[in-house]
Ligand binder design. Sequence first.
Ligand code: ATP
Length: 254
Amino acid sequence: MTDTEPLLRAEGLTKRFGEFTAVDDVDFTVQPNETKALIGPNGAGKTTFQNLLTGKLSATEGTITFDGEDVTHVSPHERAQRGIIRKYQITSVYEDETVLENMRLAFRSRASSPWELLRTHDDSDIRDRIEELLSIANLHDEQHTTVGTLSHGEKQWLEIVMAVGAEPELLLLDEPTSGISVGETDDTVDLIEEIRSKENVAIVVIEHDMDFIRKVSESITVLDRGEIIASGTIDEIENDETVQRIYLGEAADA
Ligand SMILES: Nc1ncnc2c1ncn2[C@@H]1O[C@H](COP(=O)(O)OP(=O)(O)OP(=O)(O)O)[C@@H](O)[C@H]1O
């Protein structure tokens, strides 16, 4: 990958479900270490687009290039191995296990061989790394707490650092503030800031909360009915007439 080449490039990315086009000819790039937000009304195609990036869904048309290589037909597992890691909107932690055990599981999921898997049990580097990640999520003191007893926000933070533990080059976050309190949202901003400053990672975040986006992302892409209708800084997006019409229209319909 050259200095000018983006980390991720989607070109003409399209997903059809039968006659219905959920993602329509989308061009989208992410630079290394950049944070981008993806917004749009319900049903705009945001989750489908992320599913195309992770490989959970295969593209009907178009290409995805990651780290200079065409990954359009690469399996989801292989894409994760290459560094495209996603944290889902709905938590997927093991509620009956401790925080520490969940972190260990996250590290194991990235292991590419039985030998590496074994190493995750007793490697002191990995233990140190887990401690470091739990500290930035303010969960260090909760290591031996059963995840089921954590607050919703704490579970979200655990999931975010579990995803970071899988060594993403591109971290996809699907509504990290979903269902959490205002105070917890501020802590989520702090966590993402920590990750941005300490980790070598690009982030694409799907979010509805514009205050949150303003704090974490320099660049926004707006999807509507599967198409990109605007992209730019938050000020550009908020002043964009088409975007205003779509969001005001949605509010008026509600
Ligand atoms: N497997 C599927 N089969 C048929 N249609 C689908 C499928 N998955 C998604 N869709 C449709 O594609 C459109 C885009 O859905 P998607 O979930 O990507 O939107 P979204 O922007 O993430 O919405 P939300 O903000 O509500 O999560 C919707 O109309 C949805 O009904």
